[in-house]
Ligand binder design. Structure first.
Ligand code: FAD
Length: 208
């Protein structure tokens, strides 16, 4: 009999490279259907840190949950520029850093689009076909679908003041749907790793 802790000696139905929202969500779903799933992740389990995407050595970047190497951008003038992208490398991928705003696309986003300068064809699938998948993903990532009024009650004083100011200026702001399990100690870990697992990232929602 093979040692269950020795991944290389076992037969796996599925091997998924990367534990970001994409890989982790699919892997969890396949595992729940009874398939054995091996996740291969380049990064480690990263705890909270205050550095943001500022580290420059490969080791320190991985230690803080960021992709270790710079990417190259081709600029409009033809020059190539190296930069560190905001891409995660950790158990949970980029989602350990993300702002957890999880919105649906609008039904009209699936339609053909015609502008004076260009046309894009409609999607080959409709918004309606996505709805059951949206529903199960929203459940998994803690989206509550509550009214704007209730969502606003949970907002920080700062956000409420911002909403009020926008309304006074004639705008119609609406709170985003976020995958955060708000409680009294919640500090809304937007752009950073949540120390209390109340942000639904791929690690919290799917892997662990
Ligand atoms: C600061 C920040 C805020 C964001 N806020 C939001 C938001 O509010 N709402 C929203 O919808 N999106 C947001 N995003 C974007 C969102 O987080 C990403 O689009 C999403 O998490 C990408 O998921 P993914 O699975 O496609 O890839 P990733 O999360 O990039 O995961 C890929 C994983 O694969 C691993 N990997 C890659 N290659 C290999 C290899 N060869 N071997 C082993 N492992 C490998 C990587 O280490 C990584 O962990 C934000 C992103 C950042 C950085």
């Amino acid at each position: 009999m093979t040692d269950p802790t020795d991944a290389a000696s076992q037969y796996w139905d599925v091997i998924i490279i990367g534990t970001g929202i994409g890989g982790a969500t699919v892997g969890r779903s396949l595992a729940l259907r009874g398939l054995s799933v091996l996740f291969l992740e380049k990064g480690g389990r990263v705890g909270p840190n205050e550095e943001g995407n500022t580290a420059v050595t490969p080791e320190s970047r991985v230690a803080q949950g960021w992709w270790p190497h710079p990417l190259t951008r081709l600029q409009a003038n033809g020059d190539r520029k190296r930069f560190f992208a905001a891409v995660g490398c950790a158990l949970g991928g980029s989602s350990i850093h993300y702002a957890a705003a999880l919105e649906r696309m609008a039904a009209s986003d699936f339609d053909a689009l015609h502008t004076p300068s260009a046309s894009t064809p409609p999607w080959p699938v409709s918004f309606g076909e996505f709805v059951p998948y949206y529903e199960s993903a929203e459940k998994l990532y803690g989206i509550r679908g509550e009214s704007s009024e209730i969502a606003e009650r949970r907002m920080s004083e700062w956000d409420r003041a911002l909403m009020k100011q926008m309304r006074q200026n004639g705008l119609r702001p609406d709170p985003l749907h976020v995958g955060i399990r708000y409680d009294e100690q919640c500090k809304e870990c937007i752009g950073k790793v949540c120390p209390r697992d109340c942000k639904f990232d791929a690690r919290v929602a799917c892997i662990e």
